[in-house]
Design a protein around this ligand. Structure first.
Ligand code: SF4
Length: 377
């Protein structure tokens, strides 16, 4: 699914964020007009600018316009975009999708072997924070759920809390799901500050990859990460913060998976949700594939034992990113359609599968590295 495009900018003097509309009557000072094929003409303002597929614009045109945009078809009425002075048009929020995420920063203090979005050492925090400050007030109040991801969002420092305060104010009914490695919460005052917000809609998704510190630290490529994450989890639990434990399934995590489940039950019983997640074939994973790859079909015994161990003891367990046809039927009740719509695909043979509607399918990038045991029902 297309989320970014670009054209040629004219009269754009700042990076802007606004809603898109194809209806000139709905324009306001926070919207862009989309013009597909019609000739560009001056439309009375105020509005942010025009985005058009037209190949050229008259030099005398004085309004802000991005022209020669290859397509605008991916944008629905009310979607929110950022438009930069160099002509880039990025989709920030899609009104028809339940899977919208704010990218907090591409920086991270871990460097996981299977990271799907490898960190970048560039100072993007203020720029992205500025974009989100403009975006959040435009998001519809009936937005059910919003993700915050990175990089590591807590590296935003004070901006992390300002962002949450803004969300709490503008979107009080929206569930906020934050993907964090949890290490920053090893500092009690950070967990305490979050707790002081009294923001019950926030859930923190925190990965734990092994019950053994050296294995976890190796997978995340950061010394002392395990101790920090576990301390962070306990600090958060002390303040009744909502926690999801996330375990990625691969050749390094599978051998101790059942031990990890037992560790979670014994040491992290406060987790509201534990999810076991299939590997994404993107980011670092293709480069580390020899270290990481195990056909999911071949770890179903370990997965089944880990899931059942937690489930029979009353923990809320899910399996993400795993296709029904490679799972034993008793595990189907834990399988969720977890893959966001813009990165969800199926193999050609899935079109003749009787379980297509129930199956969560694959990440689009996993089409290059599917289980060898995928078979239509
Ligand atoms: S064949 Fe495709 S649709 Fe059917 S269960 Fe397997 S992955 Fe899912």
């Amino acid at each position: 699914m297309l989320l970014r495009t670009r054209g040629i900018p004219l009269n754009f003097e700042a990076d802007l964020v606004g809603r898109v509309t194809r209806n000139p009557d709905k324009l306001d000072e926070l919207s862009f007009l989309l013009v597909d094929q019609e000739p560009v003409r001056t439309v009375p303002g105020p509005y942010l600018g025009m985005l058009t597929k037209q190949a050229s614009v008259d030099d005398s045109y004085t309004q802000s316009v991005i022209y020669r945009v290859p397509t605008l078809d991916h944008l629905a009425e009310g979607d929110i975009v950022s438009v930069s002075q160099d002509g880039n048009i990025n989709t920030l929020y899609r009104v028809n999708s339940p899977h919208n995420t704010l990218l907090a920063t591409e920086r991270c203090n871990s460097n996981c072997l299977m990271c799907s979005q490898p960190p970048k050492d560039k100072d993007d925090i203020n720029r992205l924070f500025d974009v989100h400050q403009k975006l959040i007030p435009l998001i519809p109040k009936d937005c059910d759920e919003l993700g915050i991801s990175g990089g590591e969002p807590t590296l935003m420092g004070n901006h992390f809390f300002t962002l949450l305060e803004q969300l709490q104010e503008h979107l009080p009914q929206t569930e906020i799901h934050i993907l964090t490695n949890g290490r920053t919460f090893a500092w009690n005052h950070v967990a305490e500050r979050l707790a002081r917000m009294n923001y019950s809609r926030v859930m923190l998704g925190i990965p734990v990859y092994s019950d053994y510190y050296q294995e976890h630290d190796h997978i995340v490529q950061a010394p002392n990460a395990f101790n920090q994450t576990i301390l962070g989890l306990h600090n958060l639990a002390r303040y009744n913060q909502r926690i999801e434990i996330r375990v990625v399934l691969h050749k390094l995590s599978i051998p101790r998976l059942v031990k990890l489940a037992k560790y979670i039950y014994k040491n992290l019983p406060f987790a509201e949700h534990v999810t076991f997640m299939g590997l994404e074939y993107v980011g670092y994973t293709p480069h580390n594939i020899d270290k990481l790859w195990i056909d999911p079909y071949d770890y179903m015994d370990e997965l089944g034992e880990a899931v059942e161990f937690l489930a029979v003891r009353g923990m809320n367990v899910s399996i993400y990113n795993t296709q029904l046809c490679i799972m034993p039927e008793p595990l189907w009740k834990y399988a969720r359609k977890s893959i966001s719509d813009w990165k969800n695909s199926f193999l050609p043979e899935c079109t003749r599968c009787a379980r297509l509607e129930e199956c969560g399918g694959l990440f689009t990038w996993n089409l290059k590295k599917p289980s060898q045991h995928i078979q239509p029902f």
